[in-house]
Ligand binder design. Sequence first.
Ligand code: FES
Length: 149
Amino acid sequence: MSRSLRVNGTDHEIHSDGETPLLWVLRDELGLKGSKFGCGIGQCGACTVHIDGRAMRSCITPVQEVSAPVTTIEGLATEAGLHPVQEAWIDHNVPQCGYCQSGQVMSAVALLEEEPNPDDERIRRFMSGNLCRCGTYPRIHAAIRAVAD
Ligand code: FES
């Protein structure tokens, strides 16, 4: 059975089984490779996308449970340019290997949309579910701080 899924402002007919995690629908069926597979059990944040504007782990979200619009890292920029968080990531040279960074950016955007001026503790708590093996945490924090201030 096919289903409709709105991703980055476009409606798609999806043919994957309903139990298929959203991450694999995005990557394999729609060719959106920006969302990454890290742990597959909702622990690392590499697969973070927005569902109805909220940061969600796409690796543990069956596509049949997704009825609201999805935004991935590929949908963050507009014709006007990169999202301010993406600009801050560049300005602060945040990525090292880069693998976790799309998930980091999606979480940071969700935080700032929920709370435009979070304090340091709030940033740390919100972002604590996004792991980075390169240890770019100080630069992630600085980039978020720069957009928030
Ligand atoms: Fe989804 Fe790690 S791959 S949380």
